[in-house]
Ligand binder design. Sequence first.
Ligand code: GDP
Length: 342
Amino acid sequence: MKKALITGYRGQDGAYLSRFLLGKGYEVYGADRAGDSGQWRLRELGIEGRVKEVALDLLEASNISDALEKIQPDEIYNFAAQSFVLVSFTQPVLTAEINAVGVARLLEAVRKTCPKARFFQASTAELFGSTGSAQKNETTDFHPRSPYAVSKLYAHWLTVNYRQAQGMYACNGILFNHESPLRGEEFVTRKITTAVARIKNGLQETVAVGNLDALRDWGYAKEYVEGMWLMLQQPEADDYILATGEVHSVREFIAEAFAAAGMDLEWKGEGLDEKGIDARTGKVRVEISKEFYRPADVKELVGDAAKAKRVLGWEPKIKFKDLAALMMDAELKRQENIKVDL
Ligand code: GDP
């Protein structure tokens, strides 16, 4: 029986990957500093109690080596992070401690205690920052535009370095935005789908968001975790982009979510005064708030996952429209206490 250790296992990706690996017969160990706040994900996936909880914090070197020594995992997936881009502008040092130095602690502990373990680092499309509008691939330059992205850049190159300098099997998955009904509500897609479901059910009047013009490549997290696992099953370690290749704006996602709930939106006004209005009732449903703008945002991110398709045989099936529809469907079901198919 193979053993996998997942840091951040109660987050969206950690929870989906836990279920996927349990389904493959792995013994799954999970570490999570967020306490019980993500437990609902394991519950909804029906795997509560099946992941073995490990005390491991990326801020503390000694407990990382203790845990690795004891478990001797075959595979390690690092999802533990301060993962909010906006928060990183006000907490740049904590972000670096966890996302950058934390990965140094982890890789160093792997090198010392279980150097044969295969290591996956959740790297990010945010590394690209503003590098023009073309599809990004594994050779595109990085120009990070947030403390979050800068911290992840360090982790990315360190992972490459442990592969090259220490001969470890260490991979980066350069992940474009990937969403699901298990996404945290702070992220724009889930924030919107929960709000739209509440608006439809008369529990909320409006939702306030930030930059409507941000363009993103949104895929389905459930499919992305399979790509991550595939990265660790190859003869050689390497880095891969996971993306859908489709790009849409936040504005389009909002319209799609309302449409999936049976409401047509019309946009009126400009800039901070722009509003999304229900075409049938004339009610204002979407407003803009400065609070959700980032000091520097990434205008457009779209990825080219051709290498993952060629080498790993990985290809996303769920794209933008289906993703918005399935997230909306899940949200409406949740509000009616109907079991969600995840
Ligand atoms: P991220 O790409 O990992 O930071 O994922 P998010 O879902 O947090 O943000 C995606 C894009 O949506 C970014 O360009 C944000 O600026 C934009 N956005 C617009 N309004 C909002 C909002 O209200 N909340 C969040 N989180 N993002 C927003």
